[in-house]
Design a protein around this ligand. Structure first.
Ligand code: CTP
Ligand code: CA
Length: 223
């Protein structure tokens, strides 16, 4: 039997969650993006809301319905997501960056549809700001959670991200596995914390992973 949320322990807390992917415009009919579907972030928003939190969900495009009772903000590009996250950050108690944010944007999106009139097409991409890293530098009281999507050297790469982004908890996600992660209803992750041993969260529904994430945050905040 699936464990349900443990009461209303998040009552009075303001929780900000980003979810889905961001997209970067190439021209009026084309864009660059990634395979994130938003299921993990939406599960987090639902569980936080059920546990009594006041939830703000900032989401890139998905096919999902936002949970009822959340403050839902739709964005498309990384710049839009960064702007909205910064607008809400200061007032928040817990911030979870579950979104798969595009690392690069097209330097000069075309204002008209690009025609196929040359044999090659070069797109110049420029780096986007790292939203999570900037929050790690800004944070005061906020409990900050990041995700890491890796296809190799999971714990090594994710541990590096935990430290470089100054997060309190990092969810390490092996996106090379077909049975979990992107698009799946299930996931298996490892929670990394600066002062604790890695905690493997065995393969389970994304909702149950969300329950365990809030349980872990709750136990860390009680110390
Ligand atoms: N992230 C972010 N802003 C970006 C890129 C990533 O806020 N421009 C956040 C993601 O939401 C996630 C974390 O940073 O919580 C890690 O994202 P990931 O793609 O795994 O790592 P990167 O730091 O982007 O490094 P790389 O893609 O090179 O592995
Ligand atoms: Ca990235």
């Amino acid at each position: 039997q699936e464990k349900t949320s443990a009461g209303r322990d998040l009552k009075g807390k303001r929780v900000l969650i980003t979810a889905g992917k961001t997209i970067e415009i190439i021209d009026p009919v084309r864009y660059i993006t990634n395979r994130s579907t938003g299921k993990m972030g939406y599960a987090l928003a639902q569980i936080a809301s059920e546990r009594g939190a006041e939830v703000t969900l900032i989401s890139g495009p998905t096919n999902l319905l936002p949970p009822i009772d959340v403050n839902f903000i739709a964005v498309k590009t990384t710049a839009e997501m960064a702007e909205q996250v910064k607008r809400y950050f200061e007032k928040m108690d817990i911030v979870i960056m579950a979104a798969a944010v595009a690392d690069y944007r097209v330097e000069k999106p075309a204002t008209q549809k690009i025609k196929k009139n040359s044999p090659n097409l070069e797109l110049k991409l420029v780096k986007n700001i790292d939203i999570l890293k900037s929050l790690g530098q800004l944070k005061t009281k906020q409990f900050l959670v990041g995700f890491a999507a890796e296809t190799q050297n999971l714990l090594e790469n994710a541990t590096k991200k935990m430290r470089e982004k100054n997060v309190d908890l990092l969810v390490a996600n092996d996106v090379s596995r077909q049975d979990i992660g992107f698009g799946s209803d299930q996931n298996e992750v490892t929670f990394l914390r600066p002062e604790n041993k890695p905690l493997l969260i065995r393969k389970n529904s994304k909702k149950e992973i969300a329950v365990q994430l809030f349980d872990c945050i709750d136990s860390m905040e009680r110390r």
